[in-house]
Design a protein around this ligand. Sequence first.
Ligand code: PMP
Length: 304
Amino acid sequence: MADRDGKIWMDGQLIDWRAANIHVLTHSLHYGMAVFEGVRAYQTTTGTAIFRLHEHTQRLFNSAKIFQMTLPFDQQTIFNAQCEVVRANQLESCYIRPIAWLGSEKLGLSAKGNTIHVAIAAWPWGPYLGEQALSSGIRVKTSSLQRHHVNVSLVRAKASGWYANSILAHQEVSVDGYDEALLLDTDGYVSEGSGENVFIVSKGRLYTPDLASCLDGITRDAVMTIARAHQIEVIEKRITRDEMYCADEAFFTGTAAEITPIRELDNRCIGTGQRGPLTEKLQRAFFEIVAGKNPEYTHWLTSI
Ligand code: PMP
């Protein structure tokens, strides 16, 4: 990732990709006290546009607030900078990664006195779990690792440190050949994937875990909004693992994963073991929206 052409926005300036470096004694590298976003820009009928940029920028600032990090830039500057990075790298569609972290002034756990930095990079990134995953679905296994307890980690923050839990869960199941991990919360209920929210379909209704232990996903919100507009009932509630085994359909949502069908969980086929009809309908609606083909949702798109 480090050795490529392009520009990265760092602390207010666009600099060469290869020059966007930090010191090895950076506080956030040691303790995970950094907040970040994952955003996507799509090629639309009227040029490149960023999907739900307001919401992503707001979540970044909320994460920083939770971590008591005062970012040295206002929200509008970070909003504009994300557009600037896509433009500077001449990307038609891409993934955008803003991150804020604590500098290398000192390494004590007290973060007081450390400078706060912000960088934004963007690069082409196709379907996160592969093109095939979007049409055929993926094989998922429940991880032995549980998702964060709300009183251990503040999960409304999208924080670097929280992702050790995600990576451990993903590693655990991927060595056994599964595509993605499902994590349960500390009470044993379904929480989310390592980097995705989860939905199930049962008797024509859509269910997703409430927000106690999972990230308040922006794609999750988009899918709930789209489903309701299609007169599909959406219910946020606790879901058990066996409820998911018996669901008609299941899928993950996320900026990177978009809407990825789950065809199997813990070696049990979900529904017919293929992408379900409701999943396909929501996927179609979602991909039309991000491509600017549905005028009802152009307010979700920021042209760069
Ligand atoms: N949960 C986790 C743990 C994630 O990392 C992500 C990706 N940001 C999501 C859910 C989905 O969130 P969003 O739709 O906002 O990308």
